[in-house]
Design a binder for this molecule. Sequence first.
Ligand code: SAH
Length: 350
Amino acid sequence: MNRPEILRWLREGRPSDLKTLWSRADAARRKNVGDAVHLRGLVEISNHCVRSCAYCGINRAHRGITRYRMTAHEVLACARQAVGLGYGTVVLQAGEDPGLRRAAVADLVRRIKKDTGLAVTLSLGERDDGDLVAWKQAGADRYLLRFETSNPDLYARIHPSLPGRPSDRFALLRRLRALGYEVGSGVMIGIPGQTYESLADDIETFARLDLDMIGVGPYLPHPATPLGRGGLPLLPAREQVPNTELMTYKVVALARLVAPESNIPATTALATLNRTHGRELGLSRGANVVMPNLTPPRYRVLYEIYPGKACVQETATQCGFCLKERIHRLGRHVGAGPGSRRRSASALPA
Ligand code: SAH
C-alpha cells in the first residue's frame, strides 16, 4: 500500500468502493492474526496528571474534577476479576502522575504477575528512563504511548512540553522497544488542524515503527479543554480530516494493511460514536482486540478524557458478557492466553 493509495482511501466516500477496503482489511486480519479477538482489561488507575494536553479532559488545568489514585489492593482486585472473566491481559492506564511512584508501580506489576500470570501493559505517559527500566524488570510486558500525530507543529500545539523536558514520544517508543517491551502507539483522528497528508504520514509511520499494537480512535471534543472550546482553528473543509466514525474505520483498515501482524483494538472512542455497532464494525474492518473496562464504576466516571464514553455505567462483569456475546455473533472467538504480537517472516505489508 503506497502513499497515493492511502490518500485515495482516506478521501474515498463511495460505499461500494469502501467495501473493497473493508474486505481487504478483513482478509489481511484473518490471514495474519486469525479469528481470535483478544480481550485486554483496562484499569484506569489514576486521573492525576501533570500535563496540559489541549485535547484531554483530565489535563492538569481542569479544576472541576475530583482526582483519584487507586490503591494497590484495588488494582489487584481488578486484575483478579480479569482472570475470572477470561481476559489474558490487564492494562494499567493513567494520567501522567508522579504520585504513581517507581517502586510502588514495580511492586504492583510484580504482584499482578505473581498472583494472576496475566500479561501486564502499562500506559502511564512519558516517564523517566529509570521508571521504564524498573517496570520492565518487575515483569511488565507492554507499553502503550500514542504519538497522537506525526505532525510536529500540531503535536507541539496540542501537547505542550513540561518546562525543561521536551516531549519526544518517538524517542521514547524506540527506548521502550530497546528495553524489551512490546510497543503500542497510535493517533487520534480528526484533531482540529489535522490534514489528510498528515494522517497519511501517521499511517506510514505505523509501518515504519513496526508497532506491536496500533490504537486509533476519533478525537472527541471535551468542553472543559482548550481544544474542545475551539482553541485551535479548523482548516478549510477540504484539508481538515473529520473526526467521524467512517474515517476511523478507514484508518483501522489501513493500519491493518500496512502493519498486517499488529494487534489493533476496536477502541472505546469508536464505540462512543456508535454504541450499537462500533466495536463490531471495527472488528470486521481490521481490528482483533477489544479493551473492556475494569475500572470500578466510581472511578470510571472520573476518568473522563472525553465526554460520553461508552459503557461508563456498566459493571466489569456486564461489560465482559456483552463483549463476548458480540464477538460470538461475528463468528469469531475470544483469544486464549496473553495474545502477544505474532511475528512471522512471511508477513509483508500489503
Ligand atoms: N497519560 C497517558 C494516557 C492518556 S489516555 C498518555 O498520555 O499516554 C490514552 C489516550 O486517549 C491518549 O493517548 C489519547 O490519544 C486519547 N485521548 C485523550 N483525550 C482524548 C479525546 N478528547 N478524544 C479522543 N481521544 C482522546
